[in-house]
Design a protein around this ligand. Structure first.
Ligand SMILES: Nc1ncnc2c1ncn2[C@@H]1O[C@H](COP(=O)(O)OP(=O)(O)OC[C@H]2O[C@@H]([n+]3cccc(C(=O)O)c3)[C@H](O)[C@@H]2O)[C@@H](O)[C@H]1O
Ligand SMILES: Nc1ncnc2c1ncn2[C@@H]1O[C@H](COP(=O)(O)OP(=O)(O)OP(=O)(O)O)[C@@H](O)[C@H]1O
Ligand SMILES: [Mg+2]
Length: 264
């Protein structure tokens, strides 16, 4: 595999670069701070840390938004992160809202993907309720690995004002998290979207993040062909092609929705 990790000096550079980015976005928007969803996972934990470093704890509002499929461990970790960072946070159960969507449209009941994505979109509604009310920006927590293969809910966790860690592969997210002092149990935790019971990213994607990061760095974001990537990483060409296919099929999630060209 490709080792995507930074050197210590590069990590410190990234930390400064991202905290400056967050400050610049807030200043340019003329708002009073940021809001973000805290899931107990490493992406939101790292963004929470960097936001506090950039803006101070008073300018960061956390939302812990449990669903019935959320594990108690993750929800208590999310609260622990907010408490350790000394930020204001709310805990709001989202399932009553998901239930009311399904009682209005029972046809979707039992469709775990549609309902799971609705959970992510209900969370986006709360983020923007707080952002509008308190003059804040919504911070995204998506990383390059998820974005490249479209592993996020369109207008759910993808509905944000900026992506502070959007250029980091998952392996780099874990490394930067350790560098800024995130506790090891959180930095090493298995990634899960928790949109339905027992979901994990690697199971659903059918690939480990180490392999995904390597294929992205080499082929999707890098110059090597499918065959050269397969040889270099010692993975099947079919795996490289599968990742490339996910990237191509999810282009619509990374771009502004199109309209027809203007008439001449
Ligand atoms: N070619 C195209 N051009 C324009 N739009 C297109 C399109 N193809 C689909 N669409 C639209 O996109 C929709 C499908 O996209 P979307 O609604 O996102 O749904 P979809 O991509 O099917 O599902 C989201 C995936 O992201 C994962 N996820 C979600 C949230 C968080 C995390 C996490 O890591 O925590 C992971 C989730 O487990 C699932 O695998 C379609 O229903 C359609 O409306
Ligand atoms: N229960 C939740 N409460 C609040 N926000 C949530 C919750 N679940 C998901 N989110 C939001 O959706 C984002 C996307 O989830 P995702 O699982 O990709 O990231 P993560 O949980 O931070 O890290 P990991 O991918 O390692 O699990 C989270 O970072 C968080 O902002
Ligand atoms: Mg998660």
């Amino acid at each position: 595999m490709i080792d995507v990790r930074f050197s210590e000096a590069e990590l410190e550079q990234r930390r400064e670069h991202i905290t400056r980015f967050i400050r610049d976005r807030v200043d340019a928007a003329g708002v009073d701070g940021v809001v973000l969803g805290l899931s107990g996972g490493i992406d939101s934990t790292l963004v929470g840390h960097l936001a506090v470093e950039a803006l101070g704890a008073d300018a960061v509002h956390g939302l812990v938004l449990p669903a019935t499929v959320s594990s108690e461990g993750n929800m208590s970790d999310a609260e622990r992160v907010a408490q350790d960072l000394e930020i204001t946070y709310d805990v709001i159960e989202i399932e009553p809202i998901v239930d009311s969507l399904l009682s209005a449209y029972p046809e979707a009941e039992g469709d775990h993907e549609a309902v799971g994505n609705a959970r992510a979109r209900v969370r986006a509604v709360f983020n923007y309720l707080v952002a509008n009310h308190e003059q804040r920006l919504v911070l995204g927590t998506g990383n390059r690995s998820e974005a490249a293969v479209g592993y996020f809910t369109k207008y759910g966790d993808g509905a944000v004002d900026c992506h502070p860690i959007g250029n980091l592969y998952k392996g780099q997210v874990r490394q930067l998290a350790r560098h800024v002092g995130v506790p090891e149990d959180l930095a090493a935790k298995t990634a899960t979207a928790e949109l339905w019971a027992d979901q994990t990213d690697e199971d659903e994607l059918g690939i480990s993040y180490d392999t995904l990061d390597s294929i992205l760095a080499t082929h999707v974001d890098g110059p090597l062909s499918v065959a050269a990537t397969g040889r270099l990483l010692e993975v099947d060409e079919a795996t490289v092609e599968r990742v490339r296919g996910m990237y191509d099929r999810t282009e619509h999630k990374r771009t502004v929705p199109p309209a027809p060209d203007p008439l001449d």
